[in-house]
Design a protein around this ligand. Structure first.
Ligand code: NAI
Ligand code: MG
Length: 352
């Protein structure tokens, strides 16, 4: 029996537009073998749209994608539109309105992708950053006063709720149960005296409900250093919105290239569509030159397959990616090769 999934595509800006076609080509190719087909609706929501229409997406944008099975996004952001406008005009409204409170970022050192760390060997470094994606430091509460005066000030409140911390911790512990049963919680309860001790308390309470998993809390500064020095020691890292954002870019660099790092913005209850996107941005420096590594988007598409209930198809995509990188013949420039986006994608499709 064949299944059709409705996917909302938001290529966005810059290389976002170059990496989404490879990702859908991979979905179509692997889908054919598994009796899965995809119906895509493409949306031009972007900084380019902002320049013409004054908004990243239409006023009813969220309603137009609310009933899709999943969202695949390239990247948004372009010089001329401030980054906080593009982020808060598109990505953050989607994450919040669709309760995508888990941002899942798997990190692995793959054979054929040189890590800048000599100690990070393929097969040994394999962990997941579980970033809280709906509250924390990314809050709209606060304001600015006395603009332009010597007394000018800005206040931004971090918001941590018991429900919000408990659900992200539960997600991390449950994930660890299916992996190596180890959770590291990123904290800073020495310096941040209200929210971080509260985070530690709630994470600790949830740990008690998952007795098979070992929990270790680490201050974010020391944790950042350990991620560089001993990346092989991590299994699942759970972190607040800001800490998780920073750690996962650091971790992507440890894995060799930001160009391959994937992410899923998940609504675990499946009341709303989840959104899959490469970790990288729109890369204005290489946009339009056929230089973008499409693997971040392709790996994100593999996560989309997992989420929609096709883990064997998702694994097939990753196996093909691993094989192609290990062989080392066709690689993009960010990984030390000479292939362009199109050539790399063609080779991967042949393999699939
Ligand atoms: P970026 O990720 O776009 O680029 C950082 C560096 O990595 C650049 O040198 C770029 O050429 C390289 N790079 C990134 N992806 C690559 C790929 N697939 N293949 C090869 N090289 C790659 O980050 P940057 O420069 O800080 O941001 C550029 C714009 O993207 C900004 O407007 C920013 O706000 C936006 N952005 C959007 C994100 C999103 O849509 N989720 C995430 C990060 C940034
Ligand atoms: Mg980031």
């Amino acid at each position: 029996m064949s299944t059709t999934h409705r996917i909302a595509l938001i290529p966005g800006d810059g290389i976002g537009q170059e990496v989404i076609p490879p990702a859908t080509a991979v979905l179509d190719a692997v889908g054919r073998r598994h009796g899965i087909s995809f119906a895509y609706d493409e949306f031009d929501w972007s900084c380019e749209r902002h320049a013409h229409e004054g908004a990243m997406m239409p006023a009813d944008g969220l309603d137009r994608i609310r009933t899709h099975d999943a969202i695949l996004l390239g990247a948004v952001g372009w010089p001329g539109v401030p980054d906080h406008v593009s982020l808060w005009g598109l990505l953050i409204p989607i994450r919040r309105a669709f309760a995508q409170y888990v941002n899942l970022r798997p990190i692995a050192v793959l054979e054929g992708v040189p890590s800048p760390l000599s100690g990070a060997r393929p097969g040994e470094v394999d962990f997941v950053v579980v970033r809280e994606n709906a509250e924390g430091e990314y809050s709209e509460i606060g304001g600015r006063m006395n603009r332009g005066l010597p007394s000018e000030l800005a206040v931004q409140e971090a918001v941590f709720t018991r429900a919000g911390v408990a659900r992200i911790a539960d997600y991390a512990f449950t994930l660890a149960e299916s992996r190596r049963k180890h959770v590291t919680s990123a904290t800073k309860s020495n310096g941040i005296v209200h929210t971080m001790p509260f985070w530690d308390e709630v994470v600790g309470e949830r740990a008690a409900a998952h007795p098979g998993v070992e929990l270790r809390s680490e201050h974010i500064d020391a944790l950042a250093a350990k991620l560089v020095l001993q990346p092989q020691n991590f299994d699942v890292i759970v972190a607040s919105n800001l800490f998780g954002d920073i750690l996962s870019d650091l971790a992507a660099a440890v894995a060799g290239s930001i160009g391959i790092a994937p992410s899923g913005n998940l609504n675990p209850e499946r009341e709303f569509p989840s959104m899959f996107e490469p970790v990288h941005g729109s890369a204005p420096d290489i946009a339009g030159k056929d230089l973008a590594n499409p693997l971040g988007a392709i790996w994100s598409a593999s996560m989309l397959l997992d989420h929609l209930g096709h883990p064997e198809a998702g694994a097939e995509v990753l196996d093909a990616v691993r094989a192609q990188l290990a062989e080392g013949r066709v690689r993009t420039r960010d990984m030390g090769g000479t292939a362009g986006t199109a050539e790399f994608t063609r080779a991967l499709l042949e393999r699939l």
